[in-house]
Design a protein around this ligand. Structure first.
Ligand SMILES: *Cc1c(COP(=O)(O)O)cnc(C)c1O
Length: 390
């Protein structure tokens, strides 16, 4: 955390899964202009890419390709470039981002099949194995690491083991987890993993990056359906010139470079994950003390974002709760469940346990203002959750 007095100066904390609250130094790093062709900027790109490959334990075998645009641009570039036009993808979906991957493949005209577990049940290794055995045409599997729509932490190791055993290629959307949870591309035998600037590395939005097996990129020439989102072409140009193919988000890169320095100074992935777990534990415990219940059982709760059921009390309304939290300095996030009402509180960004205690105090005051006596959820929410135990 930063040592400056109040770096946010009245800005609310973003309890959201990116954009999120960044360090003052990260914002400050954007106060300079960079020439995209200049050697200093090319060195920055090379340094950032090499640090990301190291973070993923991909040295020698993997390369990092940055891509302009938010995370979805990176997912689309990865799918459109690494999946050959006659490939077939098994999508493991349990929320909005798995569904978006399937939608992307539909746009790209890539054959695919979906295992859809609904809002929050995790895809398990054995059902992935059954699907792969049932359809030998499947060449790739895409798994979502942390499904940010519910906050569930999917069993990535279990899935990766099956995908490797079945001789398929694994693509990972680790957008909201990379940098806070370990992703070891060699141990997972992953083909590629995608993440973006504005999640657990705590940069600002503006680009995504794909850490891909070099051999997979070499094979991918000509696959892409798109000029701007051709990951192979972006990589080939970077290799040749050290430059991004088209105008890079220079200020965003400079901020990200600073964010990586702060990430390392904090103690890397392990320390960042530990801080986020503490954020989650303090916040979840405090919210439970107020009567709130989490959608997920402890074993599936990610340290990224947590979904809470809205209270059953008719005096509770999400919009009023949101405004009350905002007035106290905290921006929360609406829920994304289809069956019951919910909201989400993120644990990532420049926040620590002390701030999470203030979040709980703000929730308590807001409930009191609304006249809500108990934050307990309706019975149907708990019944819905009981399905998870099955
Ligand atoms: C944030 C996120 C994305 C990308 O969303 P953008 O809005 O395009 O940045 C993709 N997958 C997951 C799991 C995410 O959390």
């Amino acid at each position: 955390m930063t040592n400056l007095p109040d770096p946010h100066e009245g800005e609310p904390f973003l309890l959201t899964p990116g954009p999120l609250t960044t360090a003052y130094e990260v914002k400050q790093a954007m106060l300079r202009d960079w020439g995209s062709w200049d050697g200093d900027f090319r060195a920055m790109t090379a340094r950032v890419c090499s640090e990301l490959v190291t973070m993923a334990n991909g040295a020698d075998e993997y390369v990092c390709v940055p891509m302009q645009g938010s995370g979805s641009f990176g997912v689309e570039a990865m799918l459109g470039t690494l999946v050959p036009r006659h490939g077939k993808v098994l999508v493991l979906a349990n929320g909005a981002y798995g569904k978006r991957a399937a939608e992307t493949l539909a746009y790209l005209g890539r054959d695919h099949e979906v295992i859809d577990k609904g809002d929050y049940l995790p895809p398990r290794g054995e059902e992935v194995r059954a699907a792969l055995k049932a359809d030998p045409a499947i060449t790739h599997v895409i798994a979502i690491h942390c499904e940010t729509s519910s906050g569930i932490l999917n069993p990535l190791e279990e899935i990766a083991k099956v995908v490797a055993e079945e001789d398929c290629r694994l693509l990972i959307d680790s957008m909201s987890a990379f940098g806070a949870l370990p992703v070891d591309v060699k141990a997972l035998r992953a083909e590629a993993v995608v993440s973006s600037a504005n999640k657990c590395i705590e940069g600002v939005p503006g680009f995504s990056f794909v850490i891909a097996r070099r051999s997979a990129l070499e094979e991918a020439k000509g696959n892409a359906h798109s000029l701007a989102l051709d990951l192979y072409a972006q990589w080939a140009y970077l290799e040749k010139t050290g430059q991004w193919r088209y105008t890079p988000p220079t200020h965003v890169m400079a901020a990200f470079d600073k964010a990586l320095t702060l990430h390392a100074a904090e103690g890397g992935v392990a320390a960042r994950g530990k801080r986020y777990r503490e954020n989650r534990d303090v916040m979840v415990e405090g919210m439970r003390d107020l009567g709130f219940e989490t959608l997920l059982k402890d074993g599936w709760l990610s340290p990224i974002i947590v979904t809470f059921f809205c209270p059953a009390d008719p005096r509770f309304a999400f919009n009023a709760f949101y405004e009350g939290m905002k007035a106290r300095g905290f921006i929360i996030y609406p829920g994304k469940l289809t069956v019951v009402e919910s909201f989400r509180i993120g644990c990532i960004g420049q926040m620590d346990a002390a701030i999470m205690r203030r979040v709980v105090a703000a929730a308590k005051e807001t409930l009191a203002d609304m006249g809500v006596e108990s934050a307990a959820p309706p019975a149907e929410a708990l019944a819905e959750r009981a399905r998870l135990a099955a």
